[in-house]
Every structure is written in C-alpha cells, then in structure tokens.
Design a protein. Sequence first.
Length: 550
Amino acid sequence: MTSIQAVRSPATHSSKIVGRLNPEYKEVLSTTALRFIGRLSHRFECRRRELLRARVIRQSDLDNGWKPSFSDETAWIRDADWVAKPVGQHLIDRRVQIGGPVDRQSVIDALTSGANVFMADFEDGNSPTWDNELRGQINLRDALSGTIAYEDDRGGYHRLGTRTAQLAVRPRGWHMLEHGLLIDNRPVSATLFDVGLFLFHNAQRQTARDESPHLCLPKVESYFEARLWHDVLSEIERMLSIPPHTIRTTILVENILAAFQMDEILFELRDRACALQFGRWDYLFSFVRKFRLQPDFVLPDRNQCTMRHRALRAVLELMIATCHRRGIHAIGGKAARVPSATNRDEKHELFEQLMRDLRREASSGLDGTQVAHPHLVHLAKGIFETAVRGPHQIERKNVEAHVSVDDLLAVPLGPKTRHALEANIDISIRYLAAWLGGCGNVAVEGVVENMATAELARAQVWQWITHDVRLDSGEDVTRDLVRTMIQTRLGQFEKELGEIGTRANRYNEAASLTEKLMTSRHFLEHVTAIASPRSTVAPHEETATALMDT
C-alpha cells in the first residue's frame, strides 16, 4: 500500500465524494487514494482541457472542409529507424485477447477463458454508474490478489485457477468526467479517476512479481494526447516509487485522425507502447463524426462497411507495418457475434465465417485478435496458433505498407436502405435502454454490442438527415421520417413488453435520447456528454472530504 508521504504536498485542496459510500467503497476511496487522484488532477487537468479545446478547433477546420494528411513537420519521426522498448515476457504472446466488462462474473470468466490477455473495459463496454466503477475497481483488485470469487444463481462457486489471462485495463477517455468525485467542486477527469485508482491499488503488487501494469488507451486523436498519457504515467510511477517506464500501454486506433499519426503517437510512448489495436466501429464512428459536414464522406449501410473496403484495409495494413517496424504487436478487431446454443445451422455458419475472418487476420500479419465472449476463445486460439507459429509476427518487417492519404480517406461504397435506417434506430434504442439501466455490454440478436455500435448507428442517421440521403425505397431521410420510425419502433416494444415493461426497461428514455441524438440540428459529440445512466451518482446521506495535493 502506498504511504501518505508518497503523495503529500504543502498545498491542499478539497475533494468531496458525492456518490454512495459503503464499507467496500471506502476501502477503495481511502484518504491516500483520494490524495493521489487529487494530485494527478491538479497536475494535469489544465492540459486535459487544452487538448479538448484543440479537438474543438480541429473539428472547426474539418467542418470547413479541411482534410487530414501526413504532417511534414513530423516526417523525421516516420523516417527514422527507432524502435519501442521491448515487451516483457508476460506480454509476448497476445494471439487471443478477450475484452469485456468489469463485473465480478465477467472478470472471472474472462481471466479463466484461456485467452492470453483480458482487456477489462471501463469505457465503451461499461455503463459508467458509480456502482459499476467502484465495484469494477474492487473486482480487479481482488483478481490481482487472487481472492476474487462469486456464487452463481445455481449455487455454483467460481474462482480463478492456476493459469489466467494477463490483465489490461481500458479506462474512460479524456472527454469523460466522473461526477461521483468532486475536486474543488468540479467533477474529476474520468480517465484520471480510473487510472489513478487502478494503479494506486495494484501497480506495486504487479511490479513486485515482475509484471508490468498494462493500460489500453482509448480515443487517442493526436500525438499531443499521447504525450499527455506519457507524462501522466511517468508522474504516477514517480509517486508510487516504481521504476520509470514500468507501466505499458496498448494504444487503440479508433480515430481517423490518429491513423495519420501512428508513428508519432508511438514515438511519444516508445518506452511504454507494446501494441496498437484496431477498433472498427469506433473508427467508423470517428469517420462520420469528423467529416459530418462534408458531403463526400457519407457512409453507406453500416453492415456494408467491412474490412474488405479500401479505407479499412489501408488503415489495418498501415498499422501492421508501423507496429512491426517499431518492434511491437499489431492486434486486430473484435469478433462480437456469439453462436446460439440451440441453432446448429447458425452456429456452423458463424464458425465458418469466423474462421475465414481469423485466417485473413493472421495471414495479413496481425499478431493477435480480440473476441467478445469466452465461447470464442478456443476457436480463435486454434486459428491463430496454427497460422502464427510463435508468439507473434513482429519479425515480418519486410512487409511494407503502400498506403496513401487517398486510401485512408476513401469512402466505402454501397447502398443506403430503409432496412439499415430501421436497424440503426433499433440498435440505438435497445443499447441505450440497457446502458441507461446500468449495463454497458449487451447481447442484441446474438451480437455482443457496446457503446461504439450505438454511437455509429445514431451518427450515421444524423449524417443521412444532414446530407439529404435518399433510400432505396425512394424516401428522403428527414427528421420527421426518423421521428416517426422511432415512435413506430417504440410502439413495437410496447406490444412485446407491455407499457409497464417498456418503461421499466428504459425504452421510453432510450427512444427520447435516440431522437435527440439523431435529429439535433447540431451534432452531439458523445452520448456521455448529454446523458447519464442510472445511479451515476446515487442518493446518499454520507459524503467524505479529504485534503488533496496540488
């Protein structure tokens, strides 16, 4: 446990917990832990806000027709033959990674699934309620101490075995706030809250057994943001008295602007980076979000935007070549569909499709893939361990990427259909209803969905309205049409569940939120900026105040 002396400073500031407290939460939110987060906040909050303002300025440029390219100012970084710090032995094999939420059952199931790495997701796969956040921190602490266990509804007792996946933690992005903890009467950065609590309670334990704490960095848009990450983690290492560059990172390539700065982002984190990982739905969401006012960037049906298209092939090819040149892993996207336990034909068809996709990923040079469900781990391991005859393919440095600006900005071609519009409305309402109710990782018609799916679905509808898209049915996509379709779908939910069931399952709220997101005159950047799930901050009688460091 970190001592108070490690985080003490002459100047003090106030913090206040406004979320519900119970004895377990008090253990996680100890006085020293609060001081630790407070010091991080006071050191880096101004820079966080400056970078968010820089995003707004860049968005204004994009709205006025600017297009990204490879910067001449940083060409020296791309042209130089530098490499990242070698990956430790415990992270050398990442052929199969599983991602999932941080509830107790999911943590145990993922760690014992047979995967090489478990990405514990506090971001898109998590509904950021106060309880979810604090219980997630408790679950990861207990997992790393080996004490985690749970009893299922049938009386079965589950705990960790002797072999478990390596743990990686995906915190919330820089744009999010944690409203359950106020520092000087302002909500703290959700990123600093998630990272601060996890590393404060676990980093020393991990380093004591020669393991590197491992973070998956979401929503990075520029190398300036990567520099902030490096400085934050360096300060944490200093505060916790652990060796410099101990904390390792996987950077998620899920933003179109980051695709043009992969070398630069890795250069800023070269003493920490162990992988880049591609996220298709987030990446497509950023494509729509960034080019929202440019009519040449209107996407077709969401399900037409597959890895066969030029732009997605290009970013993956460039990511693999960049990673291997710099001596780190390149990790593929998420296999999200889960086979039905009863439909044998569906299961066979799904497995055949998954096998084709996984073989393609392995043959492309990827060092690993990610799945969304423990049932898929064995299949993915069989494919990757057969295709990749060793822990990785980093030695394939002779594979050059011939990727141009035009390749990365190529717009996928395909139809714009009424069926796709209905599907976007349906998935938005379904997912947001679950998210508002406190569940962030949801199986919808056999597919494990998270916030990235809902964000892309609602953004695409907004884009189609803005650019007067005409559907295959001959209808123009208008606000009135979308509002009518939302109400029609809500009526169908009421027939299925009854009026009481619809309200109890938050479908009414989700439909209202969907309408706001899809039909607003101005694009709303993130769902989390305008909506909060149930019990983000619960009513309570007790608050806590602590002295915070500058």
